[in-house]
Design a protein around this ligand. Structure first.
Ligand SMILES: [Zn+2]
Length: 145
């Protein structure tokens, strides 16, 4: 799997508000729609502690932690303990990772079409963080319950 990601050619969307979708590994709306149909994924939501932490630290800081987690736990070609490297709680990003199937390389492969057995590209790392951010911004699984 080298050379050219399907559909990811040219013009990366620049950051900035507006919420325009960045065309990357998989269309994000399509992805979120699929995730919402998964019982396990859609049941994930931030607990009171994680929510408080997110508010206190701000999204930007929490996402910085997220980048570190992704770099350390997901990006290597063969992450340690792959499949169980992401705790189910304790940090908003961990919860978001389970909710968005960015928790391990198996889930990345299955849900996001990102191949295993190789390091993540910078673009893929950004993409993972965008998915996590999107989920957190959308309310962290909040749904009047
Ligand atoms: Zn996983």
């Amino acid at each position: 799997m080298r050379g050219g990601l399907v559909g990811a050619t040219g013009g990366r969307a620049r950051e900035g508000g507006g919420g325009g979708a960045v065309e990357a590994m998989r269309d994000m709306d399509d992805l979120l729609e699929a995730l919402s149909r998964s019982k396990f994924r859609s049941r994930m939501r931030l607990g009171a502690k994680e929510r408080a932490y997110l508010e206190e630290k701000t999204l930007a800081v929490v996402l910085e932690h997220g980048r570190r987690f992704v770099l350390e736990r997901l990006a290597p070609a063969e992450p340690r303990n792959d499949g169980r490297q992401t705790p189910m709680r304790s940090h908003p990003v961990f919860v978001a990772q389970h909710a968005t199937a960015t928790c391990c390389r198996g889930c990345l492969a299955k849900w996001h079409f990102i191949g295993k057995g190789r390091s993540l590209t910078d673009e893929e790392i950004d993409y993972v963080l965008q998915v996590v951010e999107r989920w957190l911004v959308d309310g962290g699984g909040a749904s009047g319950c």
